[in-house]
Design a protein around this ligand. Structure first.
Ligand code: GCV
Length: 713
């Protein structure tokens, strides 16, 4: 019997130590893969017991997560105790434990401390926080250490979020579709809520809590009025109940004309007292159902959405009226600055600035203005939005797009960490050198206490949540940077890879190398040297730089590249739209001259002759072609690297990524060939020596049509 037991134990340990098992991606970065014998023993030694006194739903989730994780990684379930003993993970808040041996000051309501301590001669790992939510965040930090192979000894960690509101924005529609969603239908089963609450909602909350996300806007900014009707408030409340123990609040996008559509008001004028009263009553109704409701997100007077300007009122008039409705409940309003108008002939890159800059200081103190990272629309590369640094009296909230509308949608491996990092690190010079975008949104530059960052979610009901394994990294990176915008995209990629695939350096090093150059590769094969918005109409899938006949000028790619026989690029200097004047003088001066403009943004700011000399000495045209080729070659390199990882990655995720890289390679080549064929039809220049002619003539590329491409309603 004893022998049989030893044999079975040895078998189990062997199975636990195997690096490879079939996986479908559902577990995200919370896989808690068997850690192998030595590491498993180490983890066990630090988690013999979970000691905690609190019994809130949050504390229960923290304990459950630890039990599930440690058991899965080590094969041993930790005991649950109230008093810490040797090898305990001790979870302590002032509410549950009187004398906590680490200072909690400065950790706020969500931060935590993790410290290896000696308690009555016994080694204990203390996770302490001011609140149970802080404990949950600390638990996930410890689990990150355990999963990534980091030392679990001599820990002395303190961490608190730099940004207050760290939100996902779902562009999910009530009919289950997702605008710009490439991972299947919406995870919100609106139809069967509030009665049926599937297990995915809890897993969604766990995943978000693990990276510090603390809010979610449930519905599309292109909102339907019905999302504020009583049945839909009840559905949102059911989700809020599930998310609450994980520290996640729900928010709703609102349609400006909801009072007219839902209750027959004659107007939606924000200065009409009946309209204000309607919103106040609606806010009261929502807070009765969801006492910790976060607030409203608003897209107004943009892309056909109604708004206060329809009544000759300003964005501030609209935002402040809504803000007054939620203020008594502690709610906020996030008012989007993504506006451009069909009757405004001025450069689209200037319009939001022109609308919002004069409103600085006019917003109520519970309003945030939510600004996209760039002035056009989530392009593969955009200079930072000039509103950052231009509205010191208004808390600005960052809006990134995690879903990859313009960066290869579900299949391309284009890790967005470097894109997020590039924007956060950009220096606005608003108050001299070092006035980074990160310091504007974390409130430190202008002394704001209300701070926020939002990411448009890439989540759907696909088994792997995000449409591909590597797209999960973008969700992960967003959360980690929202917590601490100073983290490096590379460090984040390393921890994600360790948790998602394996902490083995033979996996981490090549995978992270692939990821880190992948966004730049997409810039190269789609829109190099500062080009932008050359995607096909509507669904934005694939290249269509030739499109010129759409009703609104700024919907046409030709508006953005302005290529003609003499040159290419959008002149945003004084001789053109002068959009550069929206930046601080130190930046505007640099951007005034192509020679001092970063080459990565060259054609965003300048219209230049095809024979303009790049820093490399090659002509602009040759440089453009070389970049297209470089982008395609990078994808081929990723394919080779991935193939070399076959023995180290489970078959299911290996096969999916391999297939997607093949799609990416084909589409990168398509982007390159179609772009070259089109620009060559304009400049009639020969290709540089060694460059291949496009596989087809221009008409072939123009004839491609994709009426059923996903993500576009
Ligand atoms: C939700 C772009 C997208 C739209 C999106 C809009 C926005 O234009 O293509 O799908 O609408 O941005 O951010 O409001």
């Amino acid at each position: 019997m004893a022998r049989l037991f030893c044999y079975l134990t040895a078998m189990a340990l062997t199975i636990l130590a195997l690096p490879v098992r079939a996986e479908d991606g559902y577990d995200l970065w919370l896989r808690y893969a068997p850690a192998g014998q030595a590491r498993g023993a180490d983890i066990s030694a630090h988690a013999r017991a979970i000691s905690a006194r609190g019994d809130s739903a949050t504390m229960a989730s923290a304990k459950q997560e630890l039990q599930r994780a440690v058991t899965s990684m080590t094969g041993h379930a930790p005991a649950l105790t109230t008093e810490p003993a040797a090898g305990s993970l001790w979870l302590a808040t002032p509410g549950s434990t009187p004398a906590i041996p680490v200072p909690l000051k400065g950790l706020g309501a969500e931060g935590y401390a993790i410290r290896s301590i000696d308690r009555a001669g016994q080694p204990v790992t203390l996770i302490a926080a001011n609140s149970d939510i802080g404990i949950l965040h600390g638990v996930f930090h410890w689990l990150r250490l355990a999963q990534t192979g980091a030392s679990l000894d001599r820990l002395d960690i303190r961490s608190a979020p730099r940004i207050g509101l760290r939100l996902l924005n779902h562009w999910d529609n009530l009919d289950g579709t997702v605008e710009r969603g490439y991972a299947g239908q919406s995870i919100w089963d609106w139809w069967r809520l509030p009665d049926y609450k599937g297990p995915r909602y809890t897993d969604y909350a766990r995943a978000n809590a693990s990276i510090g996300i603390n809010g979610t806007v449930l519905n599309n900014v292109n909102a339907k009025a019905e999302s504020l009707s009583a049945p839909y408030i009840a559905k949102a409340a059911a989700l809020a109940d599930i998310f609450r123990p994980y520290g996640i609040k729900v928010y709703l996008s609102v349609k400006w004309t909801a009072p007219m559509e839902l209750d027959g008001l004659k107007t939606a004028d924000p200065l009409d007292p009946k309209v204000a009263a309607w919103w106040k009553a609606k806010a009261d109704e929502i807070y009765r159902a969801i006492p910790d409701f976060g607030g409203f997100l608003v897209k107004a007077n943009s892309e056909g959405q109604p708004g206060p300007q329809d009544y000759q009122r300003t964005h501030a008039d609209g935002a402040n009226m809504l803000a007054a409705a939620v203020k008594p409940h502690g709610g906020i309003v996030m008012w989007r600055a993504f506006v451009y108008a069909h009757d405004n002939p001025d450069d689209r890159a200037k319009q939001a600035y022109d609308d919002f800059k004069p409103l600085d200081g006019k917003f109520a103190d519970n309003v945030m203005v939510q600004v996209k990272n760039g002035a056009i629309d989530f392009q593969p590369r955009e200079p930072f939005h000039p509103l950052f640094g231009a509205m010191p009296k208004t808390p600005l909230m960052m809006e990134f797009q995690i879903t990859k509308e313009y960066l290869g949608q579900s299949t391309h491996l284009t890790y967005l960490g470097p894109l997020f990092e590039e924007t956060l690190d950009a220096d606005t010079y608003a108050k001299g050198t070092g006035s980074t975008v990160a310091k504007i949104i974390d409130g430190s530059l202008d002394g704001h206490r209300l701070t926020g960052i939002a990411g448009v979610a890439n989540i759907g009901i696909d088994r792997d949540w995000s449409g591909s394994i590597f797209n999960q990294a973008d969700w992960y990176a967003f959360g980690r940077l929202a917590w601490n915008p100073d983290l490096s995209a590379e460090a984040i990629a390393r921890e994600w890879t360790a948790m998602t695939f394996s902490p083995d350096p033979r996996v981490i090093d090549p995978v992270v190398a692939m990821m880190m150059g992948s966004r730049e590769a997409a810039v190269d094969y789609m829109t190099p040297l500062g080009l932008a918005h050359l995607m096909a109409t509507g669904h934005h899938y694939g290249p269509a730089p030739w499109v010129s006949e759409l009703a609104r000028p700024e919907w046409n790619p030709v508006y953005y590249h302005k290529a003609d026989a003499d040159g290419i690029g959008f002149d945003r200097t004084k001789s053109g739209s002068n959009a550069i004047s929206k930046y601080a003088p130190a930046i505007a001066r640099r951007l005034a001259d192509p020679a001092t403009t970063p080459e990565s943004e060259l054609l965003w700011f300048h219209h230049l002759p095809w024979d303009y000399r790049l820093k490399s000495g090659e002509t602009l045209w040759d440089g453009l072609v070389h970049r297209y080729d470089r982008g395609v070659a990078y994808v081929a390199d990723m394919q080779r690297t991935w193939e070399s990882l076959r023995p180290l990655v489970d078959p299911e995720r290996f096969a999916q990524t391999k297939a997607f890289l093949a799609i990416q390679h084909r589409e990168a080549q398509w982007w390159r060939d179609a772009s070259i064929a089109y620009f060559q039809s304009i400049n009639h220049l020969p290709l540089p020596a060694g460059a291949q002619a496009p596989a087809h003539d221009l008409n072939w590329y123009k004839a491609r049509s994709f009426p059923y491409a996903p993500g576009h309603n």
